[in-house]
Design a protein around this ligand. Structure first.
Ligand code: PEP
Length: 253
């Protein structure tokens, strides 16, 4: 069975609540979900924690994800947000392991693993980000890095729960830089990720899991990524912020 396509916007630390609601209204007025359905595309956004509740309320069917969460349910972790807190406001998707969190907040693959296990235990879907830095890329270490991130990040995630995971391959050197990886690189690494999933979880899980590419995806280049056999969609930062550009991304899939 053909896999669905998935377009997810990561808003990072952008959009006030009012701006986020306006985006949702534009999505509704432009019938984006109707377009997405007709193309077999899942559509989602990941707003700031502060906007989640309002975006969920105005989402009109969009998948709404948090950009992170804590692995503990509660406790002395100033500024953190737990999975039960997200659950309470109707959120059941989360991005984990974005390179900005790995870089600025020391989210190692081990920390990501703890978060992923808490999320899937609570019935959440996870977009798990992996990818190498420029130095690692130049040293030819891409697949070693991605392998470590997959093996550690998914440690003790069961065969049943792997169906709740989406993997996003995001080379760090391409995020927000305008230097997007070629579609050949994206396909090579995404097919490698699928082969890792096959080794860990078997053929059926590997054939079903959605693997996204992320890194300077724009309306004018999304199509070439989505043409690749093992690229099932895109995780998009900058180009997902304006509803017009989000719409163009969708139209060009
Ligand atoms: C991202 O933040 O995950 C991302 C891919 O950003 P951008 O599209 O801006 O490179």
């Amino acid at each position: 069975m053909a896999r669905k396509k998935f377009l997810m916007g990561n808003w990072k630390m952008n959009h006030t609540i009012a701006e986020a609601i306006r985006f949702c209204e534009d999505v509704k007025n432009d019938s984006l979900l109707k377009i997405a359905r007709s193309k077999g595309v899942l559509l989602g956004v990941a707003p700031s924690f502060l906007s989640l509740q309002q975006v969920k309320r105005h989402a009109h069917g969009l998948i709404v994800a948090s950009q992170d969460c804590h692995y503990e349910d509660h406790g002395a972790y100033t500024s953190s947000v737990s999975v039960p807190m997200l659950n309470e406001i109707g959120i059941n998707w989360s991005i984990i392991g974005h390179s900005e969190r790995r870089t600025y907040d020391n989210d190692t693959s081990f920390v990501c693993n703890r978060k992923i296990k808490t999320l899937v235990k609570n019935g959440f879907h996870v977009v798990y980000c992996v990818g190498e830095t420029l130095k690692e890329y130049e040293e030819g270490l891409t697949k070693d890095i991605v392998k470590e991130q997959i093996l550690v990040g998914l440690m003790n995630v069961s065969k049943e729960d792997i169906s709740k995971i989406v993997i996003a391959y995001e080379p760090v050197w391409s995020i927000g830089t305008g230097k997007n990886a070629s579609s050949e690189i994206a396909e090579d690494v995404c097919s490698y990720i699928r082969s890792l999933i096959e080794k860990l979880y078997g053929k059926v899980a590997a054939s079903k899991i959605l693997i996204l590419y992320g890194g300077s995806v724009k309306p004018n280049n999304i199509h070439e990524y989505l043409l690749q056999e093992n690229v099932d969609g895109a995780l998009v930062g900058g180009a997902s912020l304006k509803s017009e550009s989000f719409k163009e991304l969708l139209e060009n899939i």
